[in-house]
Design a protein around this ligand. Structure first.
Ligand code: THU
Length: 134
């Protein structure tokens, strides 16, 4: 199987593990390191709602907590009619850890795909370069 097809399949398969008792809206993600290591993630909800962690943030946090910070691709898959649209918080986290030109593949229920870069998802983002140097 071609690499990207495999990453999409991983993101779709992991959706089964989503913890979504409140929204019943499972999302799966597959983050690929520069070296080709794969980190999957699902959304994990909470009775307090606001503590919900989205699938793509789960994947990014899993990778970073395992010492990986160089990424080449992210796939996000939902049971949606059109390719899923990541939330603003996740776009900000992507901007923190992923290069502006990194490709993100957004996938719908039927496998329809939309490709966007991190910069296209969050233009004029606030990053470490905006902080004063101490
Ligand atoms: N969600 C994600 O996990 N990723 C997205 O890209 C969009 C939204 C989750 C959060 C919540 O558990 C559910 O989808 C409904 O908002």
């Amino acid at each position: 199987m071609k690499a990207k097809k495999e990453w999409v399949a991983m993101a779709q398969a992991v959706m089964d593990q989503a913890y979504v008792p409140y929204s019943h809206f499972p999302v799966g993600a597959c983050l690929v390191t520069q070296e080709g290591q794969l980190f999957t993630g699902v959304n994990i909800e909470n009775a307090s709602y606001g503590l919900t962690n989205c699938a793509e943030r789960t994947a990014i946090f899993k990778a970073v907590s395992e010492g990986q910070t160089a990424f080449q691709h992210l796939v996000i898959a939902g049971n949606t009619e059109t390719p899923i649209s990541p939330c603003g918080a996740c776009r900000q986290v992507m901007a923190e850890f992923c290069a502006p030109d990194m490709q993100v593949t957004l996938v719908s229920k039927e496998g329809q795909v939309r490709e966007m870069t991190v910069q296209e998802l969050l233009p004029y983002s606030f990053t470490d370069g905006d902080l004063p140097r101490g």
